[in-house]
Design a binder for this molecule. Structure first.
Ligand code: K4B
Ligand code: ZN
Length: 263
């Protein structure tokens, strides 16, 4: 039942030790989005997503998740509009998932967790010249979050799933090209929640404008099972640890407002 899975969730060991003090620490992510407390903002515009599959370069297991990395040396794959004043460049996307389908997402909607969550990571190329610079600035990053639900097989995801065995171990990299991440967005990207937050992995910097999609995408049970076949550990390490539960515990809203683009 839901409560027993919640109990089990509380016994899940976080992947890294939460630091005691975080710079600022009043706009941390992820958070639970309480729908009835979100504020409709009619000034929020539709998101403008322009991704060029030719900028797709490689998949990398960084020991937290697997990242699909894009060439962000030019403005070929960009995000603007929505809550954003500037133009942002896509640099990578990755996922967070659980050991089972009861949990795995970082954000939740009225406490509802999803089995996994996609993050499309962009940095402010109007104001900064590198991701590494932008990651330290409060309007430096924009991350689109999309919930994954177990259902029908996601045809566009399969090319990615087929490449995962090649990056089973931490620090492995494989060439991966011509992948258009727009295929991972839900049909409706006009309905979203947005709030000021942070990276959910170290350095946890408070640099992120979060855009969490209301509509989820569906992937099959077997596709998500391949995510769980990845390892946190490198090929050299004795003890192999499955890459599961790579989500951060939810953080206090601390007076922040979550806005919605829909009423
Ligand atoms: N889950 S999330 O969407 O919040 C997210 C997590 C990690 C990243 C990410 O690419 N890096 C975080 C820092 N890391 C390396 C780094 C870079 C500069 C300074 C220090 C360290 C890269 C982006 C988004
Ligand atoms: Zn993430």
């Amino acid at each position: 039942s839901a409560c027993s899975s919640k109990l089990a969730l509380s016994q899940v060991h976080p992947m890294w030790q939460e630091p005691l003090a975080i710079p600022g620490g009043d706009r941390q992510s992820p958070v639970d989005i309480v729908v009835r407390k979100s504020i409709f903002d009619p000034q929020l515009r539709p998101l403008k997503v322009q991704y060029d599959p030719r900028t797709c370069q490689q998949i990398w297991n960084n020991g937290y998740s697997f990242l699909v990395e894009y060439d962000d040396t030019t403005d070929k794959s960009t995000l603007k509009g929505g809550p954003l004043e500037d133009q942002f460049r896509l640099c990578q996307f990755h996922f967070h998932w659980g050991e089972n389908n009861a949990w795995g997402s970082e954000h939740s909607i009225d406490r509802r967790l999803y089995p996994a969550e996609l993050h499309l990571v962009h940095w402010n190329s109007d104001k900064y010249s590198l991701f590494e610079e932008a990651v330290m600035e409060e309007n430096g990053l924009a991350v689109i979050g999309v919930f994954l639900k177990i259902g029908k097989r996601h045809e566009g995801l399969q090319k990615l799933v087929d490449a995962l065995p090649a990056v089973r171990h931490k620090d492995s990299v494989v060439e991966f090209t011509k992948f258009n991440p727009a295929c991972l967005l839900p049909e409706n990207i006009d309905d979203y929640w947005t709030y000021a937050g942070s990276l959910t992995t170290p350095p946890l910097t408070e640099a992120v404008t979060w855009v969490v999609m209301k509509q989820h995408i569906e992937v099959s049970h077997d596709q998500l099972a391949v995510f769980r076949s990845l390892l946190f550990t490198s090929a050299e390490e004795q003890e192999q640890r499955s890459m599961v539960n790579n989500f951060r515990v939810q953080q206090a809203l601390k007076g922040r407002t979550v806005r919605s683009s829909f009423s």
